[in-house]
Write a protein that binds this ligand. Structure first.
Ligand code: PEP
Length: 252
């Protein structure tokens, strides 16, 4: 079964109303490859605005960068999936390495809980995994990815996986300009898919999209084109620039 190419844009904590308008309008006007799904994830403050000016739905959707395990209550600063749905947002990133290691020390169990809660509430998830540089150097990349995935695998039903896209993002490649080579990324993606096969069965493992993230840009995206287990990209820095359109169209 062919997996639909997927490109997510993670704006992180960047953007103003003006710059987000420019990005969304650029996509409104661009010719985007058919059979490609795009999800733009601006900072939470701009979700409603971005969703209102996005004219490319259903091909382009707006997503959050994080959600919590509760719909409401005394959880200062968190994003509610119910609130997202209230304003028409259908996607969220979860488990980004910056949340795991920089801003919030999120662990695998919490990421799994958030993932299950989001899906049960009707919000789809871009689930990020990936190893640190020391872990790669120690040769434990796959062990790290398995460890990050296991609590989520334990919590989700088979049907839940229809609402998940995995983003393999080696942490050493994020924001560094040092993307993994297409060959290295493909090797890890294949190993991740084999692990999913072992845990979830062949049919489901063939349906789950696995994105590559880490310094993807307009020039290198096309070099990943013929890699069988790379089903798209999660893009940080380059999603703020005109070259994002080239990444979206890199499978043409
Ligand atoms: C990201 O933040 O998910 C990411 C991949 O960032 P960058 O493309 O800037 O490396």
């Amino acid at each position: 079964m062919a997996r639909t190419f997927f490109v997510g844009g993670n704006f992180k904590l960047n953007g103003t109303k003006e710059s987000i308008k420019t990005i969304v309008e650029r996509l409104n006007e661009a010719k985007l490859a058919e059979n490609t799904e795009v999800v733009l994830c601006p900072p939470a403050v701009y979700l409603d605005y971005a969703n209102t000016i996005n004219k490319k739905s259903p091909q382009v959707k707006i997503g959050a960068q994080n959600t919590y395990t509760k719909a409401s209550g005394a959880y200062t600063g968190e994003n509610s999936v119910e609130a997202l749905k209230d304003i028409g947002i259908e996607w969220t990133i979860l488990g980004h390495s910056e949340r795991r290691t920089v801003v919030a020390r999120e662990d695998d169990e919490l990421v799994a809980e958030k993932t299950k809660f989001a899906i049960d509430s009707g919000v789809k998830v871009i689930l990020c995994i990936g190893e640190l540089l020391e872990e790669r150097k120690s040769g434990i990349t796959l062990d790290v990815c398995k460890k990050q995935l296991l609590p989520t695998i334990a919590k989700l039903t088979k049907e839940d996986w229809d609402s998940v896209v995995i983003a393999y993002e080696p942490v050493w490649a994020i924001g560094t300009g040092l993307a993994a080579t297409p060959e290295d990324a493909q090797e890890t993606h294949k190993q991740i898919r084999d692990f999913l096969k072992e845990k979830l069965g062949e049919e489901l493992s063939e349906q789950i999209r696995i994105l590559y993230g880490g310094s993807a840009n307009g020039a290198n995206a096309v070099t990943f084109k013929d890699k069988a287990d790379i089903d798209g990209f999660l893009v940080g820095g380059a999603s703020l620039k005109p070259e994002f359109v080239e990444i979206i169209n890199s499978r043409q």
